[in-house]
Write a protein that binds this ligand. Structure first.
Ligand SMILES: [Zn+2]
Length: 128
């Protein structure tokens, strides 16, 4: 009787310690897994955040540069200031496209850069 009690106690201890070790190792694995998932999720979050910031900034830079170039081609005297309309993004581009001088753009015979037809002098080289 005493021998079986001792054996049962030993088995119980072994089983409980084994299950404890298993639980610890599995919870450690869960921690590692969650840390990995958190890292991946954090990186994905940062990437998405950067994309959300970078796309509008790139769009605004593109619109500002396009307006500046187009305003110079069309001989607008306020080309340096009207390009800031591009800070409004696509709305600024729409406003600019509606209010810019309308006309065909063709290459200049003197310098080859684009100029609007009907301008007295080329905005790039100054020739007529
Ligand atoms: Zn020219």
């Amino acid at each position: 009787m005493k021998k079986t009690e001792k054996l049962a106690l030993l088995l119980l201890t072994a089983a409980s310690s084994a299950s404890l070790v298993a639980a610890q190792s599995s919870s450690g694995g869960g921690e590692a897994c969650s840390a990995l998932a958190c890292g991946v999720g954090g990186i994905m979050y940062l990437v998405i955040l950067l994309l959300c910031l970078a796309i509008p900034v790139a769009l605004i830079i593109f619109v500002v540069k396009y307006i500046k170039k187009d305003a110079v081609v069309r001989g607008m005297p306020n080309a340096d200031s009207i390009k800031w309309l591009g800070l409004l993004g696509l709305l600024g581009l729409l406003i600019y496209l509606l209010q810019r001088p309308q006309g065909n753009v063709a290459p200049c015979p003197s310098c080859g850069q684009n100029r609007m037809q009907g301008l007295p002098t080329c905005p790039h080289c100054g020739n007529a």
